[in-house]
Structure formats: C-alpha cells, structure tokens
Design a protein around this ligand. Structure first.
Ligand code: IYR
Length: 223
C-alpha cells in the first residue's frame, strides 16, 4: 500500500508555559471530579451529546490506525432489560460460585453485588466491542493490531468526554460478556465485548464510596 501524503501538523500552537500549567491543572481538577456512579436517574439525555462524546472517543490512537472498535448505543428499554437479565445471571454465578475469595475480598469495600438495576434505569448503555479483524468492502479480512490497548484508550477518552459533558458513567464488565454479541447482533468471530459504559445523569440521591487514589510518588518515578 502507498504511503499517505504527509501534511503540516494541523491545529497545533505553542502556548505560554503559564497557560499550559493552567490548562493542565484545570483538566486534572475536572477529571478528579469524575466518579464511578452506580445510581442513575431515568432523565433522558440527548443523543447528540452521546454522539459528540463518541466522536471524541474515536480520535483515540490505535494500532496501525485501524480503529478496532465498535460502539453500540442501547436506549431501547426491552434491550436494556435483556442485557440486565443476562448480566445478573452471570453476576449471580460470579458472586456465588466463580469468584475466588481473594477477588470477593477486594470487591467487598465497594459493596458491589449481583443486582444491576442501573442497566435499566440509565438512559444509555454503550457497549464497546473490540475487533480482532475488520472487513474490506469486498469482504476480505484485515487483521487488527493491539485491539485491546486501542479500545482501552478509546474508552478512557469516552468516559472523559462524557464526564466533561456533565454525565455520569459506570464502566461495567459483566463476566463473561458473550451474551452482548447475541443480544446486540454483533459477529462473534470478529468482535469481543470490551465493556459497557453505563451513561446518564446521576440519581439525586446517588452516593459513592469514600475512596481516593494512590499517592503520586508511589505511582510515578522519574529517571
Ligand atoms: N463484574 C462484577 C464484579 C466486579 C469486578 C470488578 I474487578 C469491579 O471493579 C467491580 C465489580 C460486577 O460488576 O459486580
């Protein structure tokens, strides 16, 4: 394949260092306010906002720029119910049989269990799929590289965009998630469900666990 034409870096401008610091700080402060929320209001959210956030997610870097992702935005109540029922069935097995004690102990402080009412209350469930391969117009397969890493980056950008827009999110990973391929009609051979981004306004009585983050110096080293 021919190399793409190369163009001058579009839209880049240098900024005074003070402005850089202010922007970095503002972004940090804003992201620090993001919390995983498990109590959603049923208040509808305009699809245009979701689309804008998805468009932001799709700017993520990806292996060989092959963009190995697909997003299914679910708002249909019947489909949400089917997803809730399937997820709760898996989660029951997880909490009662499959999860090793060590895992249950790690989750205990967060108070999660097999009940997932938010899968019906939240106006949107965004199912993120990672694609092992894509298809050319003529049906030929195109292998994707680093799909998990790429989709992880896009999902991080998606939850940041949704947060910045003023919405609450919950990254939910029912395990196993193969039922999502079936319910949402996505090809099983090419696509793996990555996670569900439960999206909406927080319930007015929403609470979150009082947790923090590791100290900076523990997480960052300079060499
Ligand atoms: N998927 C289960 C369990 C769970 C696992 C992890 I790792 C979490 O950070 C939270 C929950 C559930 O959603 O309840």
């Amino acid at each position: 394949m021919d190399q793409h034409p190369f163009i001058p870096l579009p839209g880049y401008r240098t900024r005074p260092e003070e402005e850089m610091m202010q922007r970095a700080r503002d972004f940090h402060v804003e992201l620090k306010r993001r919390r995983t929320v498990r109590h959603f209001s049923g208040r509808p959210v305009s699809r245009a906002i979701i689309d804008e956030c998805l468009a932001a997610a799709m700017t993520a870097p990806s292996g060989a720029n092959l963009q190995p992702w697909h997003f299914v935005v679910v708002s249909d109540p019947q489909t949400k119910r089917r997803i809730r029922e399937a997820a709760e069935e898996e989660e029951r097995r997880f909490y009662r049989e499959r999860a090793p004690q060590e895992w249950l102990d790690a989750l205990a402080p967060l108070g999660t269990d097999e009940h997932k009412p938010f899968l019906e209350t939240a106006p949107y469930l965004i199912a993120v799929f990672s694609q092992k391969h894509g298809r050319l117009a003529d049906g030929r397969k195109v292998k994707h590289y680093y799909p998990m890493e790429s989709v992880g980056l896009a999902t991080g950008m998606l939850i940041s965009a949704l947060h910045l827009a003023g919405l609450a999110t919950l990254t939910h990973t029912p395990s196993p998630m193969a039922f999502l391929n079936q319910i949402l009609g996505r090809p099983k051979s090419a696509e793996r469900p990555f996670l569900l981004v439960v999206t909406g306004y927080p319930d007015k009585d929403a609470t979150v666990p009082d947790i923090g983050r590791k100290p900076f110096g523990e997480v960052v080293s300079y060499v």
